[in-house]
Ligand binder design. Structure first.
Ligand code: GLN
Length: 212
């Protein structure tokens, strides 16, 4: 399975490294153009600055191709800024600067709602179906999920607060699994994507693909 990482801005190297722990390098595609996207069967949308990523998506001609792939069900894991971009609706942020969204996850989200960079924190996260105990959640100027609408299931919680949701194979997280040094969520997502797409995963999570 070829897995893309949207590579316009943000913590792209960290996602590439996290994926490198569970996939062969030649199955990981940094996505900067529509041609790169066409190679990818699943997509990771990293954390970063959602307004900047949205602007670069439009400028680079990637907004519409990604919207089409999302609507056709491409398995996608979005973290932090990525979650903002997938959400149905943004509760206006304090800055008043809010990006357009793809509207494929029926949640209301507010940017920067856990505070500023200085208020970043780490906390144990309970993740449904994750073996091996709580997940180390890293929150950096994270969005908060204000409401979860029809068709969306919460699957990760910080205390009683929902910090991870999914709708089919579109997953969104307020925190950054790519920064925690723990590959379990990347692996869990890839295994689900593999089931959904019925394609083999290379590397540690599946059988090695034979090279030509
Ligand atoms: N606050 C950022 C935004 O609104 C997201 C933060 C992050 O991805 N770490 O885009």
């Amino acid at each position: 399975m070829k897995v893309g990482v949207l590579a316009l801005q943000g913590d792209v190297p960290e996602h590439l490294a996290a994926l490198g722990a569970v996939l062969h390098g030649d199955d990981i595609v940094p996505v900067r153009t529509p041609e790169d996207l066409a190679e990818a069967e699943a997509l990771f949308m990293p954390g970063g600055e959602s307004t900047t990523i949205a602007r670069l998506l439009v400028q680079g001609g990637l907004w519409n191709p990604i919207a089409d792939r999302l609507k056709s069900g491409m398995p996608t894991l979005a973290t932090c800024a990525g979650l903002i971009l997938l959400s149905h609706e943004l509760v206006p942020s304090l800055s008043g600067l809010d990006p357009p969204t793809f509207d494929v996850l029926n949640v209301q989200v507010r940017r920067n709602d856990y505070g500023s960079q200085g208020e970043s924190f780490e906390a144990p996260i309970r993740v449904e179906g994750l073996i091996g105990g709580p997940f180390p959640g890293v929150f950096i100027r994270s969005p908060r999920i204000h409401s979860v609408g029809e068709g969306v299931s919460p699957f990760a919680w910080h205390g009683s607060e929902v910090v991870g949701v999914r709708s089919g194979m579109i997953w969104g997280l307020c925190f950054h699994p790519e920064l925690s040094g723990d590959p379990r969520i990347h692996r869990m997502f890839l295994e689900s994507a593999h089931q959904a797409l019925k394609v083999p995963i290379s590397g540690a999570t599946g059988p090695r693909r034979r090279r030509r």
